[in-house]
Design a protein around this ligand. Structure first.
Ligand SMILES: Nc1ncnc2c1ncn2[C@@H]1O[C@H](COP(=O)(O)OP(=O)(O)OP(=O)(O)O)[C@@H](O)[C@H]1O
Length: 376
């Protein structure tokens, strides 16, 4: 017999409960997300290896943790749940209505047309998750009678109502569709073959992104960073949603836990080795981004202090009072303000005219758009 060794963060055996997996992999993400960062959990592995079982269990445990007293500070919790099947993005909280996945001018992924629910208790969140799961597309495969034939994503957005809060925290819980090997798809119909092909394409783009990040990290660690890695995250809807992990120009703090699920059977050895190979690659990559450093030409990197300095220096004569225009906002938050409100705030400063305020709004936006061109 040949044996193979893989280095991963932690190993959980068949006798371990989902609670243990949750405590060691996902619970540590919660305080991080609570403070305005992005946490991601994704489960991958071949069909029938326990992804849906584990992620559903974790969703239930999160519903309990989010509303207990251990996380300090007032927050609002918003949830949306959707699936990515083939080339469609479908809203599981709105009877599988289609919606679009787009990128805004700040480089953030936006789910346009999806329904997001404000939840205030564990029971409410549990009901929503259960309701969404009942809409999920499943079918029987050789390995799993209730196999998920789509990627299911639960996005929990944590809004901090405090005025000085920076960004909303986001937790993504992702149950990927299972990969199937050739032996298991011999009896599939044409439609099922097409579906399997689409699943395999999106999983393969995910792997390309992981490999791209791993190569970049290895080169950087060895002191010879690649110029700018090409990571094909815009090639599938799944990796567009996971853009925060793969975009080399990303500027949000994020941490990720990955569950690599395997079947302990002799016939599945090939698929298991493949899953573990990527788990090992992910272990060294860690998919952790740091917030972008301050750049005077990129308004989305400005703190409130940087923004106030810019307003003081560049708002013209008479100058706009920084405290009137941006009492606590960052560069990104000020840019997201509707133009009317921006102008109204400027008009609080002595002798500032509407024309001057509008011109300053345009100047800031021009700088932002130019900075996006440089970033790309
Ligand atoms: N830890 C576990 N304990 C008990 N039963 C489990 C466990 N993990 C999975 N199962 C059972 O194994 C079967 C397959 O699991 P599951 O549907 O979670 O696999 P999957 O990886 O999501 O598959 P697919 O990719 O086909 O959707 C289910 O009947 C599930 O209840």
């Amino acid at each position: 017999m040949n044996s193979s060794a893989f280095k991963v963060g932690k190993v959980f055996g068949a006798d371990q409960a989902t609670d243990t997996i949750y405590e060691e992999t996902v619970q540590p993400l919660l305080p991080y997300v609570w403070e305005g960062n992005i946490g991601t959990l994704f489960a991958y592995g071949q069909t029938g290896s326990g992804k849906t079982f584990t992620v559903s269990g974790i969703e239930r445990l999160i519903a309990k943790s989010l509303f207990n007293e251990s996380l300090a500070g007032e927050r609002k919790v918003h949830v949306c749940i959707f699936e990515l099947a083939g080339n469609s993005a479908l809203d599981l909280l709105n009877s599988r209505a289609p919606f679009m996945i787009l990128e805004d001018s700040f480089g953030s992924t936006q789910l346009v047309g999806i329904q997001e629910r404000h939840v205030q208790s564990t029971t409410e969140l549990l009901d929503i998750v259960e309701n969404a799961n009942s809409f999920r597309q499943t079918a029987s495969t050789e390995k799993n009678d209730g196999s998920s034939r789509s990627h299911a994503i639960c996005r929990i957005r944590i809004e901090n109502p405090a005025p000085e809060a920076v960004e909303d925290g986001i937790l993504y819980l992702i149950d990927l569709a299972g990969s199937e090997v050739a032996r298991d798809i011999l009896n599939h119909t044409t439609d099922r073959m097409k579906e399997t092909r689409e699943i395999n394409i999106s999983l393969s783009i995910l792997k390309d992104c992981i490999r791209g990040m791993a190569d970049f990290d290895t080169a950087t660690a060895a002191g010879r960073p690649l110029k700018k890695p090409y990571i094909p995250f815009r090639q599938s809807m799944l990796t567009k949603v996971l853009k925060h992990l793969f975009d080399p120009d990303g500027n949000r703090g994020c941490r990720t836990s990955v569950l690599a699920c395997v079947n302990p059977s002799f016939l599945d050895t090939g698929a298991t080795k493949n899953t573990l190979r990527y788990a090992e690659m992910l272990q060294s990559t860690q998919l952790t981004q740091k917030a972008a450093a301050y750049n005077p030409a990129v308004p989305s990197t400005w703190s409130n202090k940087d923004l106030r300095t810019y307003i003081r220096m560049k708002s013209g004569n008479p100058s706009i009072y920084p405290l009137d225009l941006a009492p606590h906002e960052t560069g990104t938050q000020l840019l997201r303000l509707p133009e009317d409100e921006f102008v109204q705030r400027c008009l609080k400063s002595d002798e500032v005219t509407k024309e001057q305020a509008s011109a300053f709004y345009s100047k800031l936006w021009k700088l932002h758009i130019d900075s996006r061109r440089v970033v790309r």
